[in-house]
Write a protein that binds this ligand. Structure first.
Ligand code: RAM
Length: 510
């Protein structure tokens, strides 16, 4: 599934008052400084002091390991060894969140996302000694530095390579937690590291790549930060950004660019837009923020109203055209109809609860009636009693069982059989932690807590065992090369929608 949307002449509708409020909520960043914890030159393991005394000539390469995932900017102090430098030093650098990324060849990359996301830098030092601050922000644990050339008269010394890391996450908000075992603590800690790295001036989608807001990711980050860093104002800022720049007809964009100034992307994903009323309700449940309710109520309900008017037939079933506008998971062969139907029912429930808060009870009642009718229609259309599970356009997938469960359509006591059936079916597998999050949540909601916990330990624990410092955008157990973009070289290995174990553990296990 390629996600490339180009709407000629697209001009988002900007709401200056909402965008001003978003701007006023821009957080300040906290900086920390980090040196490599080890340097590898060939098979020699060097300390930073040893590296500073090791001349590097043409073609030589060193791997700097910072020992943890960082989001920040690098400064190099370079020096010369030998005769007076008579030519610039030229360096090539590759930044990587995982070692595996350094193995791929950027020149051979042929995926559908831009190759410019591959984190590289080329620098020239005209005068030595010197200090060079790299202009771009990178997300990395490893930096591979190759000396492309110096001259026969001198070699290069790397005196230091300090990263100024940045985040707006407030560690002092974290509460001590008692974990039943080390595995769970590790899964939880990696989740915190992931969210911290994505917590910048907005809740970024992945600091290596998009560095902007995506609506589906935002909801999961918000749920997780409420129980960890408690960045309530940052969630509020993100909600205002989505409401402040939209499609001309009021729909929320799937993502918002934040620089140079907020601007909706011309990409619409129905299930993402429907996450907005859900996210707003969850934010209000946490904060009781009446300003946000007043400002964001109308934009939130517009998403649901648009869907009812444009995406549902008389029977209360999602239309075939609209299922094409849904994300749900990165799977080409997935039928998204039942899943997106489930998201819409959840959004109707959220809309009704928003109406209650706002004092429009009759309107809330109408959403409730619609949700009830859609539940009935879903059961009739998608549930196959002989199979004991839901079918979407004839296909059995875990995705459909998940969203029918979360939407309250799953027959009572039917979940265990439905999930067993779907797991055994040859249907499309789940590709992303985004989908796995909803899977685990659905298991818990269906009373299948043991299965949920096991899956959480297997899936996120699997990434931890594979060496993850932060959770990856895409993870398919047993296939480290899985990628939605035809190449893992552009995969993000610290990704917003993957950060939820801290939420899940806190909510269901502690
Ligand atoms: C990717 C982003 C994001 C996701 C969308 C659908 O480009 O990384 O996480 O929400 O796709």
């Amino acid at each position: 599934m390629k996600l490339i949307s180009i709407i000629p002449g697209f001009e988002p509708k900007q709401d200056a008052a909402l965008l001003d409020k978003a701007e006023a909520l821009r957080p300040s960043l906290v900086h920390t400084f980090h040196e490599p914890v080890r340097c590898l030159k060939g098979d020699r393991d060097l300390s930073m002091e040893e590296l500073a005394g090791t001349p590097l000539g043409k073609g030589e390469r060193v791997l700097l390991d910072y020992g943890r995932h960082l989001v920040g900017r690098l400064s190099l102090r370079l020096n010369a060894s030998g005769a007076h430098p008579d030519a610039p030093a030229m360096l090539r650098m590759a930044f990587a969140e995982t070692l595996q990324e350094l193995e791929g060849d950027p020149e051979a990359y042929g995926g559908w996302l831009s190759s410019s996301w591959i984190q590289r830098e080329q620098i020239f030092a005209d005068v030595l000694p010197c200090e060079i601050a790299l202009p771009r922000r990178f997300a990395f644990r490893y930096v591979c530095v190759t000396v492309v050339d110096t001259s026969p008269k001198y070699a290069l010394l790397i005196a230091d390579a300090v990263c100024r890391a940045e985040t707006s996450a407030d560690e002092s908000a974290l509460r001590e937690r008692a974990f039943p075992d080390e595995e769970l603590r590790r899964i939880y800690d990696i989740s915190l590291a992931t969210l911290k790295a994505c917590t910048q001036e907005v809740l970024e989608d992945g600091p290596k790549r998009d560095q902007r807001l995506w609506l589906g990711d935002l909801r999961l980050q918000a749920l997780t930060t409420y129980r960890t860093f408690r960045s309530f104002d940052l969630v509020k800022r993100c909600l205002y950004l989505f409401a402040g720049t939209r499609f001309p007809d009021g729909r929320m964009s799937a993502n918002v660019f934040t620089r140079p100034s907020p601007c909706a992307d011309d990409t619409f994903l129905l299930d993402y837009a429907l996450m907005y009323p859900i996210s707003l309700l969850e934010y209000l449940e946490e904060t009781g923020d009446s300003e946000a309710l007043l400002d964001l109520y109308a934009p939130a309900l517009e998403q649901v109203d648009w869907a009812i008017e444009n995406a549902v037939d008389e029977e209360g079933i999602l239309t075939p055209e609209q299922k094409e506008q849904c994300f749900i998971d990165w799977s080409d062969s997935l039928s998204r109809t039942a899943s997106c139907q489930g998201v819409l029912i959840c959004a109707l429930d959220a809309a009704a609860a928003l109406c209650d808060r706002y004092g429009e009870r009759d309107r809330g009642k109408r959403y409730r009636l619609k949700a009830r009718a859609m539940r009935r229609a879903s059961l009739e259309r998608f549930y196959a009693p002989e199979e004991g599970c839901f079918l979407s356009d004839g296909q059995i997938s875990i995705h459909s069982q998940v969203w029918m469960t979360l939407a309250g359509v799953m027959p009572k006591d039917g979940a265990a059989r439905a999930f067993d059936r779907a797991e055994a079916a040859p249907g499309p597998g789940m590709l992303t932690p985004y989908m796995h999050h909803y899977y685990v949540s659905a298991l818990w909601e269906a009373g299948l807590g043991d299965q949920a916990e096991k899956h959480l330990r297997d899936y996120w624990g699997g990434m931890a065992r594979a060496g993850a410092d932060t959770y990856w955008e895409c993870y398919v157990p047993g296939d480290l090369s899985a990628s939605p973009y035809d190449s893992p070289l552009v995969n993000s290995y610290c990704h917003a929608w993957s950060c939820t174990p801290a939420y899940l553990i806190d909510r269901y296990l502690l």
